[in-house]
Ligand binder design. Structure first.
Ligand code: SF4
Ligand code: SF4
Ligand code: FES
Length: 375
């Protein structure tokens, strides 16, 4: 028999578990049914849920049955309770999902070409996955839009909005800005600004987080649309580090691989999913929208060195590095290492800044090294 200390006994007693579809899942205090299910790999559909936001229980797609309770409960908002038996795949849950998704589709475009002009539409994906009927009646969306908003980055397509409030909650809870809000009642509920102002005339910081969290693309990015870029589904995502400041946020360059004669073109930037990188799915206005410089015609794309007339001319990397090394060595030989100074940038990565100070201290033996973030 294994001997247990009093501490072991107390620790075992503290472990709580919930039963999800016949599998026992341990959970920590404060976790919801959805969080426990996700950790156990059980799929529960969600539309209004975002791990960065307080649960709202708004969309009702995550309803599950709890044994012994008459009413189904929203898994995203209901705390896991020790010993509870949760059922996520019953005939009743399936009927609820089909009905709910079919109702959403009554005033939502069903054709992907119309409904998915920007980001992937999670509602249509979900309707396909759960076999929601597509032959229920239709009605025109009664939501008001702000079609004339002159801001250059964000558009709102009222027809595809499902009033899940992810955008407004993100704006309030993550950005702390509250530039947008839910307005109206029932089928007329829409996303509005104060006095229907352009986002440019509100407190909006153009972070684009509302675009990122929107499950249907109703809150979408303007530039790819005005440039007739391919839908996001057809673009290749390439993970990169934002170079606008020293924070080092991770972003995904969305590349149209066939553009530019097969060289590829970045047509959009999106943030990696929350919880996967240090920026937790967030980006600022520069990181998300200021990507035009990548293919700008005035961008310097090859090294330049001065010729005998002092004019900058294109050259190879090998030659440029040789010229720079000769110049640095020449100054050090003529005037001593402390005649050199190395200035780096907070726009470079940590690794690049490390290499600059290594070059300065280890190769040229001078501590004259500086970086703009230090000032
Ligand atoms: S861009 Fe950012 S600040 Fe502006 S409305 Fe959207 S979430 Fe709010
Ligand atoms: S715009 Fe998108 S995120 Fe905002 S309420 Fe509508 S569907 Fe939800
Ligand atoms: S995800 Fe639970 S109610 Fe929307």
């Amino acid at each position: 028999m294994i001997e247990r200390t009093e501490h072991d006994v107390q620790a075992r007693a503290a472990i709580k578990s919930i039963d999800i579809d016949g599998h026992s899942v341990a959970f920590s205090a404060g976790e919801t049914i959805l969080e426990a299910a996700q950790r156990a790999g059980v799929e529960i559909p969600t539309l209004c849920h975002d791990p960065r936001l307080e649960p709202a229980g708004a969309c009702r797609t995550c309803l599950v049955e709890v044994e012994g309770q008459n009413r189904m409960v929203p898994a995203c908002k209901t705390p896991a309770a020790d010993g509870a038996k949760i059922l996520t795949e019953t005939e009743r849950v399936d009927r609820h999902r089909k009905t709910l998704l079919a109702l959403y589709l009554t005033d939502h475009p069903r054709d992907r070409e119309v409904a998915e002009r920007g980001a992937p539409n999670e509602l249509l994906d979900m309707a396909d996955r759960y076999g929601a009927p597509r032959n229920w009646g239709t009605m025109e969306s009664k939501r008001d839009a702000r079609d004339t908003d002159r801001n250059p980055y964000i558009h709102f397509n009222a027809d595809t909005c499902i009033a899940c409030a992810r955008c407004t909650r993100y704006c309030e809870e993550v950005e702390g800005v509250s530039a947008i809000t839910l307005a109206g009642r029932g089928a007329e509920t829409t996303i509005a600004t104060a006095d229907s102002l352009s986002l440019l005339d509100t407190t909006c910081e153009m972070c684009g987080g509302c675009v990122d969290v929107c499950p249907t693309g109703a809150m979408g990015e303007k530039m790819p649309l005005t440039r007739s870029a391919k839908p996001e589904r057809e673009l290749k995502k390439v993970r990169s580090t934002c170079n606008f400041c020293g924070v080092g946020c991770q972003l995904d360059l969305n590349v149209d691989e066939e553009a530019e004669g097969g060289n590829g073109r970045v047509v959009k930037v999106t943030s990696p999913p929350p919880g996967t990188t240090t920026n937790d799915g967030n980006l600022c206005v520069k990181g998300r929208f200021a990507y035009d410089f990548i293919h700008h015609e005035e961008r310097i794309t090859s090294p330049l060195v001065r010729n005998e007339n002092g004019d900058l001319v294109e050259t190879s990397w090998d030659n440029a590095l040789r010229v720079a090394a000769d110049g640095l060595r020449g100054v050090a030989e003529r005037h001593g290492a402390n005649a050199l100074g190395f200035v780096s940038s907070s726009r470079c990565t940590v690794e690049e800044n490390y290499l600059v100070q290594k070059l300065s201290r280890a190769v040229f033996k001078t501590n004259n090294v500086h970086q703009c973030a230090a000032t």
